[in-house]
Ligand binder design. Structure first.
Ligand SMILES: [Zn+2]
Length: 113
C-alpha cells in the first residue's frame, strides 16, 4: 500500500468514526433523521474511499432503517443458547430488523474495546 493510499485510508477511518459519534449523539436526542443521514454518509464515504468501516460501526447500525443501534434505546440485545454455542440477537426497536452474532465474536470485541 502506498503512503498516499494509507493516508487516505486513515483519513476515511477517522471521518467514519467521527460521523458515527455524531450519529450516536443524534440518536440519543431522538433526532433519527439526522442520525440516519450520518450513517448514510459513513456508508457512502466507505464506498468512495474503498474503506470498510470498523466492525463496531458495521454492526452498530440497523441495515434496514440505518439508525445507530444503542442497547436499551434503539435496540434490544438477547442471548440465545442453541446447540453448540450461544448467539447474541440484536433487534432494532424502530423497524424490527434482527441480526444474530456468535457470542465468540462479541467476546473478542469486548476485549478489544
Ligand atoms: Zn431498523
Amino acid at each position: 500500500m502506498s503512503r498516499r493510499t494509507e493516508l487516505l485510508r486513515d483519513m476515511a477511518l477517522q471521518r467514519m468514526k467521527y460521523l458515527y459519534r455524531l450519529a450516536i449523539e443524534e440518536t440519543r436526542r431522538e433526532r433519527y433523521d439526522l442520525a440516519r443521514r450520518y450513517v448514510e454518509l459513513i456508508i457512502k464515504y466507505g464506498h468512495k474511499a474503498r474503506v470498510k468501516p470498523p466492525r463496531y460501526i458495521r454492526r452498530g447500525y440497523c441495515r434496514k432503517c440505518k439508525i445507530p443501534l444503542i442497547p436499551g434505546l434503539t435496540s434490544r440485545v438477547r442471548i440465545q443458547s442453541e446447540g453448540r454455542g450461544s448467539r447474541v440477537v440484536v433487534t432494532c426497536l424502530l423497524c424490527g430488523w434482527k441480526r444474530r452474532y456468535m457470542i465468540k465474536t462479541l467476546e473478542r470485541r469486548l476485549r478489544r474495546e
